[in-house]
Design a binder for this molecule. Structure first.
Ligand code: MNH
Length: 483
């Protein structure tokens, strides 16, 4: 029988074995390899990312791990990550967690394959929704939602109750993207339990994560019940979004928000519009991508502020100085909170809430002059580890220190060493939105409250594709000078 060969001339099967990394065997991996389960000793299904972080220092800037029947190459060295940012040789790879979300988000902006025409179309139609002018338009709505949060926190303070930080940040960020993007109100702050949309979203993110950690041949069997629940979750997300779209169509248009752009804006050059199915995908994409990561970023920042009262006091003093006692700080007054913004950057350094992104070679190439990759080979950039590389951040990289983001300090660092929003054409479209919202809210909270930690709390991080501090509660005190 004639031997089948691949395009590279290798016998069929080789390509799968080395996954497009012809010198895969030269990439370090953890000791204790077991047949089938791989490097599973000490690995937890619940914390795959934090397990990788634990392995990374000993294995070096490029390493591989075999876990739950699959092998992955990870990259975290600053030099290698910078090379992967070269858009002439590399691009986003839709794999793993992102690929697992395809049944939910289809060819929506986040999960679209690079060559799918709906990516460019939606990107061009929606990008103006993130311009400076658009952001200034969202600002009053962001303020209104933040007011619901401070009302809620005032109630907790009066009752002497601690606040549920991740829970409340999720309410805030969901209401913010729903209101600014879609003119919708989920009533999160008025509910005892999360909105069913949120429950379904959390379910489907958790399922997408679990699919990564179950050996493929067993996944169907092990996850049968979970798959059924996941289908129900997706149906719930679709139903919520379809209703929201139907309301908008019935009302004949909003104030030029994201939904109006999705429904009514034609591509500036081709005149093409998003299909009804694609609009549904985009609404789900933005409701999910637009709040989960920002909620985590705010939650980590509040954790660190509660543990570093001197940093919180300095930031509060900045807010007092810049905002005075303006009841409603203006759009331009938010970007002036430089210290508050550095607190956010430093939180996203230690816990980038989208903790990894995948890159694939678009040509046969050599990664950082060392590791040959064939076209299509891919790797995961471990952002959370890049952000702890001692060669970039020093021996005290684990320490929370917002001064690392002083302009003079930033100038000493190489490009591509801080990548919480990904890289290149497929980097986060909502970056300015998230930073404006989070800086505004931190400013409002720092001005109004002193954050008092529970001394017994130890930071534990939940993973469901995104990161979140687990069970973080804080006590509040009113700042005598704050508004
Ligand atoms: Mn966001 C892509 C991180 C807030 C909408 N986002 C990405 C990527 C990262 C990321 C990383 C790239 C993923 C990849 O390469 O596979 N995003 C964040 C973080 C925050 C965030 C850390 C908050 C903090 N993102 C937001 C907000 C929105 C949003 C807010 C919307 C309002 N993000 C997106 C969309 C994409 C994306 C949409 C996909 C963009 C594209 O591929 O064209």
């Amino acid at each position: 029988m004639a031997q089948t060969t691949t395009a590279t001339g290798l016998p069929k099967g080789f390509r799968d074995a080395d996954q497009g990394w012809p010198e895969l065997h030269r990439i370090p991996h953890p000791p204790h390899r077991l047949p089938f389960l791989g490097d599973v000793i000490g690995a937890s299904r619940r914390t795959p990312l934090q397990d990788s972080l634990r392995h990374a220092p000993a294995l070096g800037p490029v390493f591989r791990r075999k876990a739950f029947g699959k092998e992955f190459v990870f990259v975290w060295g600053a030099r290698q990550v910078a090379d992967l940012a070269d858009e002439t040789r590399f691009a986003k790879h839709v794999g793993l967690g992102v690929a697992n979300l395809r049944p939910v988000a289809g060819d929506g902006l986040f999960t679209a394959y690079n060559e799918e025409p709906n990516w460019q179309l939606a990107h061009d139609v929606l990008a103006p929704g993130f311009s400076r002018e658009a952001m200034a338009g969202y600002h009053p709505m962001m303020l209104a939602v933040a007011g619901r949060l401070t009302d809620h926190w005032d109630g907790a303070l009066t009752a002497g109750r601690p606040v549920d930080v991740p829970g409340d940040m999720t309410k805030l960020t969901l209401e913010t993207i729903a209101r600014t993007g879609f003119g919708h109100d989920f009533g999160s702050f008025e509910r005892d339990r999360p909105h069913p949309f949120v429950t379904a979203m959390v379910g489907t993110l958790g399922y997408a994560q679990r699919l990564n950690t179950v050996p493929a041949p067993l996944a169907r069997h092990l996850l049968r019940g979970a798959a059924r629940r996941n289908a129900a979750d997706i149906a719930r997300l679709d139903a919520t979004v379809d209703e929201l779209i139907a309301q908008r169509r019935a009302s004949g248009g909003g104030e030029g928000d994201l939904l109006d752009r999705m429904l009514a804006t034609a591509h500036p050059r081709t005149g093409e519009r998003l299909s009804a199915l694609n609009v549904r995908r985009q609404v789900i994409t933005f409701l999910v991508a637009g709040h989960e990561t920002t909620s985590g970023a705010l939650s980590f920042a509040l954790h660190y502020l509660s543990r570093h009262p001197e940093i919180a006091a300095r930031a509060a003093a900045e807010v007092d100085a810049v905002w005075g006692d303006a009841a409603r700080p203006g759009y331009d007054q938010v970007a002036k909170l430089r210290h508050v913004r550095r607190i956010l950057d430093e939180s996203l350094r230690l816990w980038p809430t989208a903790p990894a992104y995948a890159r694939e070679a678009t040509v046969d190439t050599v990664l950082a002059g060392e590791h040959p990759m064939r076209r299509g080979a891919w790797t995961l950039v471990l952002t959370a580890m890049l952000h702890r590389d001692p060669e970039v951040w020093g021996a005290d990289a684990e320490r929370f220190d917002p001064d690392r983001f002083e302009p003079a300090a930033v100038r000493t660092r190489a490009p591509h060493t801080f990548k919480p929003f990904g890289t290149g054409a497929r980097a986060c479209i909502g970056r300015q939105f998230a930073l404006h919202e989070a800086t505004l809210v931190l400013g409002l909270l720092l001005r109004r409250y002193r954050l008092v930690p529970d001394p017994a709390y130890r930071l534990r991080v939940t993973e469901r594709l995104t990161l979140m501090p687990e069970a973080l509660r804080l006590h509040l005190e009113r700042r005598p000078t704050g508004r």
